[in-house]
Ligand binder design. Sequence first.
Ligand SMILES: Cc1cc2nc3c(=O)[nH]c(=O)nc-3n(C[C@H](O)[C@H](O)[C@H](O)COP(=O)(O)OP(=O)(O)OC[C@H]3O[C@@H](n4cnc5c(N)ncnc54)[C@H](O)[C@@H]3O)c2cc1C
Length: 383
Amino acid sequence: MKDLLHFDELLSDDEKLIRQTASDFIRDELEPYIEIWFANGEFPQHLVKKMAELGFLGISLPEEFGGSAASPLMYGLIMEQLEYGDSGIRSFASVQNSLVNYPIWKYGSDKQKKYWLPRLAAGEVIGCFGLTEADFGSNPAGMRTRAQEYANHYILNGSKMWITNGSIADIAIVWAKLDGELRAFLVPTDTPGFSAREIKDKWSLRASVTSELVFEGCQIPKENILALAKGLKAPLSCLTQARFGIAWGALGAAKACLNAALNYAATRIQFDKPIGAFQLSQEKLVEIYSRLIQGELAAWRVAKLKEGALFDHNQVSFIKRNNVELARETAKSARSILGANGISAEYPIMRHLMNLESVYTYEGTHEIHTLILGKYLTGESAF
Ligand SMILES: Cc1cc2nc3c(=O)[nH]c(=O)nc-3n(C[C@H](O)[C@H](O)[C@H](O)COP(=O)(O)OP(=O)(O)OC[C@H]3O[C@@H](n4cnc5c(N)ncnc54)[C@H](O)[C@@H]3O)c2cc1C
């Protein structure tokens, strides 16, 4: 993709290097096989170790916990490149970094951090984040999963739905009500009473594991509560981290679609001309490109803000909403440029299009982010 606004001048050499490393990984290890994994509904779990070696599973963590202590911009650039490959591999990394490492780092005890974080960053342990329930998606505050306190332990009962990594996870961060307040528990997945069922019948994120989790009288040691996580603000703070990465990831999916469309438009001949020479094709390509480079600049700006005092979650809602929508529109428009070939697995566009339907819905649906921004603008809550 051409760099009209010289975006690369906004990146340091280290940032360019990390982006190139992620890009090479996707080109060599994912792109040749992803269509088959997607068709088979298979998550490439063998790539977890490799991602850990490249530092992609402890991106923002301090070095003392095995992390890379990388900046938000580096985090974003990695997510962009991973999703250039597939939203499934990016979802895996988003969950491990933002929804498992982050809550342990932010809300956990020193003992929990020392035990879990180096293992998560090394890919020895896979985590998942259980907030959503079958009847409580956009409104997690209504959740029914409950913890009850006893002298030496908690007992957990309930279930979670649509949980990324659920049935390959070693540890689940489970959000449950304890005396009416939302709390988080570290639940090893070999705990008696814990079960996970993979949701196989899905047409989106097929190269990602999505599961239902069930807790039937799970006995959780007292030391497994994330003591500082109290109330809905705690899971929402984790979602802010993940949504930031999603906003970057969506740019990657959009770039993959645009590149496929540009290549196709240059070589497909109709009426004795490449279809890229038709005004209607050019309009589509220009529209995609214009939105994409605007989305990229907005994501860059929020990455910079994220390092300082001016950062706030509304900025993340803005880029999640904006960039996922532009990626979804890009995929649709790019697909049409390829005509019938657009629906073929020979090209990545249809897979991205299907994936982006999940990305549009998870981590706060498009509509929920509209309400967040509506409240920011008007001061009125329309939830
Ligand atoms: C592939 C995949 C992976 C996921 N991974 C995870 C995970 O790892 N962990 C996790 O906890 N969850 C996960 N989720 C769940 C995801 O976050 C929820 O699906 C999402 O929050 C929406 O909830 P819902 O599907 O129940 O939709 P609902 O909340 O039922 O919403 C349905 C529709 O109603 C709209 N709506 C709801 N409330 C309002 C309102 N007040 N005003 C206007 N419109 C409204 C929504 O925008 C949507 O269009 C995942 C989902 C998918 C698809």
